[in-house]
Design a protein around this ligand. Structure first.
Ligand SMILES: C[C@@](CO)(OP(=O)(O)O)[C@H](O)COP(=O)(O)OP(=O)(O)OC[C@H]1O[C@@H](n2ccc(N)nc2=O)[C@H](O)[C@@H]1O
Ligand SMILES: Nc1ncnc2c1ncn2[C@@H]1O[C@H](COP(=O)(O)OP(=O)(O)O)[C@@H](O)[C@H]1O
Length: 294
């Protein structure tokens, strides 16, 4: 096992649209959503260990090590492979928690993809996505690494190529737990299911937005501000909202106008996850090292 330290991106996602079309007997909601990645996110640096210790530095505030999706992903992977392996994992966290940007799910997916490579456990993307789904509904899309139209509870993925726009993402000063939105009694749960081509040609909306705006005035205020400048909506179950622009310049100009009470960043929507680019680079590097040895 190579015990060098390597760096792996864990990008954010946006739900460009999100419709709730029903609810399963187990309480989970049936969705139709369009995922796109951002060229912006957390970074993991991973040093494999030959013993069975997994460390995470710095600790993610408010989340115990064993509860952290990074630890849980690593542990699930080594258990599935039936191996003794560990890792020292460093995290540079920029994505807000409870932001609807999928930070925790993306951290889990990056851990699965990176350790599958570093520990040489040899699982296919299908197997990693299945393992990931047990950690969270959004983990599979991050594991597969391409923009996708998702159905089911978010695990039935169909590749999609939405336009790669520039986004101004704003984080209201509130953290929203996904479960709180999905348990709201008056959440819209009966949007009729539509074909992807119909959805792509319709106005993009998010069925969670109405109740999130009502329950969290911070989100309502942020969205009202953004809507003065560009088409804007909620991502996932919030709390982040995003405005779309056709150029970086236009997005940055609006970022500069943000009032004191709002924080945000500009990022590009990308249809291929930066994680896949990193995996290809690490694979090519390790092959060239092996060739050099032979
Ligand atoms: C709805 C989305 C859209 O991206 O919201 P965000 O979390 O990104 O805001 C996600 O699919 C969320 O995925 P994720 O955050 O991984 O959710 P999970 O941990 O699997 O589920 C948290 C809780 O939300 C509810 N839940 C989640 C997904 C779903 N399709 N229906 C649900 O009812 C369940 O009560 C579950 O216990
Ligand atoms: N590595 C992690 N990063 C972020 N959140 C994590 C992590 N591990 C576990 N969590 C838990 O998952 C929850 C959802 O986090 P996150 O995925 O960032 O938000 P969202 O699903 O709204 O995008 C957090 O509130 C936290 O309790």
């Amino acid at each position: 096992m190579n015990t060098q330290t390597t760096s792996w991106p864990a990008p954010a996602k946006l739900n460009l649209f999100l419709y709730i079309t029903g609810q399963r007997p187990n309480g989970y909601h049936e969705l139709q959503t369009l995922f796109q990645f951002l060229d912006y996110g957390d970074t993991l640096s991973i040093t494999p260990r030959k013993d069975d210790i997994i460390t995470l530095t710095p600790a993610v505030e408010g989340v115990a090590l064993e509860e952290n999706l990074i630890y849980r992903a690593a542990d699930a992977l080594r258990k599935k492979a039936g191996i003794t392996a560990g890792a020292d994992i460093g995290i540079q966290k920029v994505l807000p928690m409870g932001g609807g940007l999928g930070g925790g799910s993306s951290n889990a997916a990056t851990t699965l993809v990176a350790l599958n490579f570093l520990w040489q456990t040899g699982f296919s993307p299908d197997e990693l996505a299945e393992l990931g789904l047990a950690l969270g509904a959004d983990v599979p899309v991050f594991v597969r690494g391409f923009s996708a139209f998702a159905e089911g509870i978010g695990e039935q993925l169909h590749p999609a190529e939405p336009e790669e726009k520039w986004y101004l993402v704003v984080k209201p000063e509130v953290s929203i737990a996904t479960v709180d939105v999905f348990t709201a009694p008056d959440l819209t749960r009966n949007t009729p299911k539509r074909q992807l081509n119909v959805l792509l040609d319709s106005k993009y909306e998010n069925d969670c937005e109405k109740i999130v705006r009502r329950i969290y005035p911070e989100v309502d205020k942020a969205l009202s501000w953004l809507l003065e400048y560009a088409p804007s909506r909620l991502t996932g179950t919030g709390a982040c909202v995003f405005a779309e622009f056709s150029s970086q310049q236009a997005a940055t100009a609006t970022l500069k106008k943000l009032p004191d009470w709002l924080r945000g960043f500009v990022a590009k929507g990308v249809n291929q996850s930066p994680l896949m680019t990193a995996l290809r680079r690490h694979t090519a590097e390790s092959q060239s090292i092996q060739l050099g040895r032979n």
